[in-house]
Structures are given as C-alpha cells and as structure tokens.
Design a protein. Structure first.
Length: 307
C-alpha cells in the first residue's frame, strides 16, 4: 500500500535497520518518479535526487554519511523493473498477478521435462539440449515461460548457478530469449563435449534395449541416439540402416517373434511399421507371459477351502 505522506517514516519502519529503510526509501522514490514522468526509463538524474531527499526524510537523518554507497542508475533501473512487474491491485481490492508472474507460473504447470544430470551417460548434455529445444519449439513456448521451463530441466545445483546468469545486470531487464541463449552458452561452456566419430560409432553400435525397458521408452532413446550419431558423423542414416540397427538392439525374444511373424519380409517394412509392430508384439508377449504365469499358480489347498 502507498500512503499519502511519502516523507514520514511509520512506527513499523523505524523498527527496521537503516539498510532496510534505505531500500524502502528508494522504492518509494521510484513510485514518485513514475508518477511525475509517465514511461520513465530510470535514465534521469532526477531519480538520484529524489532518492537522496526521500532517504534523508524517511530514515530521519539530516546529513548523509560521506562513505554512503548510493545506488547507481543501473540499480535504480532494476528496482524500477521489479516494481513495474510486481502484482497489481484491481478496483475491487483483488491482487492480480503481473504478466511476468503468469508467464513463469505457466512453465511449472507443464509436464516435467527430462532433467539433465551431469555424468549421466544415458542422457548426455548434447541429447538433453536437443530434446529441450525440441520440446520448447513443439509447445511453442517463448519468453519467461520458455526460460523457466529450461530451468526446470536442470538439477538444483546447476539451477543455482544459472540463477546468477538470469539475475545478472546484463540479463535482468532484457528479452528473456536473449537470457535463454546466455543460459545455454553457460551450459555449453561447462558440459558440451566434442564427440569423435569413433566414440559416436561405438555408442551407436552398442545401443540395446534394457531388460526392464519398455518398447516406447527404448524407441524414444533410439531416436535420440540416432540424432547424436548423425550430428557427430555428419551422415544421415537410411531406413535400411536404421531397421538393421533397431532389430539388433531390441530384446532377442522380441526380434525372434517379429521374424516368425514376417519372415524374410521383416526388413522390407518401413521404419514406422517396424516400430509399430515392435510395440504390438511386446504387448502380446506380456499378455502371453501373464497368462502362462496365471496357469502355473497353485490351486487352493485343503485348508484354504475349509476357510
């Protein structure tokens, strides 16, 4: 709430420290300047002048200390931006979130992104970055929503480092898309590694489905690994190569079932047809296993029947 007497310190304010009162005072000065100069951009010396005068009155000091560190114009710019983006109060007294708050809140209502964890071989930084950019593009995210969705995809320790970038004087009041590029640049500097062609080839050839890994999950990994391989080698894989690699990477029992069903025609399937069939046969095998397990379950004992 803004009262009518900006030069008088309230009893509650007087209980605070000098530093707190100084900070409050400069916030008040910005309100005054905004009312005097609509569209004010915090570039005028009047800001400093009003800030000093209100500081003296609200902190109840007649003379400023010689070594007092007054805020710079850039500090006042940042305070002004904070005030302009703070919640507003409607005529009926209900606080309305600012546009920035709404944009940030939207990022935390979206599905959880895949989280980048350093030294996680299953999801190296290059793949995580590609997936993150693809998700942001597919969901048509922009501005603060895109930036905070990106931050959600990092661990807490990395996020703390990135907050330093986001809140820096260079990034605070500029376009969020510029800030996001700065964030990626920071991550690139720390985690981007140069893959050699032999390393990418070995990773691609050693790819295989885990024993407890579902087919949809493995196919998503397959596509990510394919992108990494093609990006490093500069070679676009043809469907015939992808089909051969996929058949060699899935669980042997599943590949055999597919071979029994299609015979020699299995390699003439399109990649999409093969993926669809793999998901279908995996479900079929699970149902078959469940039925077999149920038929082998021991029947009720004599004691069970008596109960």
């Amino acid at each position: 709430k803004v009262d009518g007497n900006l030069g008088t310190a309230s009893s509650e304010e007087l209980k605070g420290s000098m530093a707190d009162r100084m900070k409050q005072c400069f916030c008040w000065s910005l309100f005054v300047v905004e009312s005097l100069l609509p569209g004010f951009t915090a570039q005028h010396e009047l800001t400093i002048l009003l800030g000093v005068r209100l500081l003296q009155r609200r902190c109840l000091i007649s003379r400023l200390p010689v070594d007092l560190q007054l805020p710079t114009i850039r500090d006042l710019q940042l305070d002004y931006v904070k005030i302009c983006t703070s919640p507003t109060c409607s005529s009926d007294g209900i606080v309305q979130p600012s546009a920035d708050v709404k944009a940030i809140d939207a990022a935390y209502k979206l599905p959880e992104p895949r989280q980048f964890v350093p030294d996680n071989d299953d999801l190296p930084y290059a793949l995580w970055k590609r997936d993150m950019k693809s998700q942001i593009s597919a969901m048509r995210l922009s501005g603060l929503t895109a930036l905070h969705y990106l931050l959600r995809g990092t661990t807490e320790s990395i996020r703390r480092e990135l907050y330093d970038v986001v809140s820096s004087t260079e990034c605070y009041s500029v376009d969020p898309n510029f800030v996001m590029n700065k964030v990626f640049a920071k991550l690139d500097g720390r985690f981007a590694t140069s893959w050699t062609v032999p390393e990418a080839l070995e990773r691609w050839q050693s790819l295989e489905q885990g024993s407890s890994e579902t087919m949809p999950s493995f196919l998503a990994k397959f596509d990510s690994e394919r992108s990494l391989y093609e990006g490093v080698t500069g070679r676009k894989l043809e469907d015939v190569d992808l089909i051969a690699r996929l058949l060699g990477a899935v669980k042997p029992r599943l590949a055999l079932k597919l071979q029994e069903s299609h015979g020699s025609r299995v390699r003439s399937l399109s990649l999409d047809e093969l993926k669809s069939d793999l998901i279908f046969f995996e479900r079929l095998l699970k149902k078959s296993d469940a039925a077999a397990t149920g038929s082998k379950s021991p029947g009720p004992t004599e004691n069970d029947e008596k109960k």
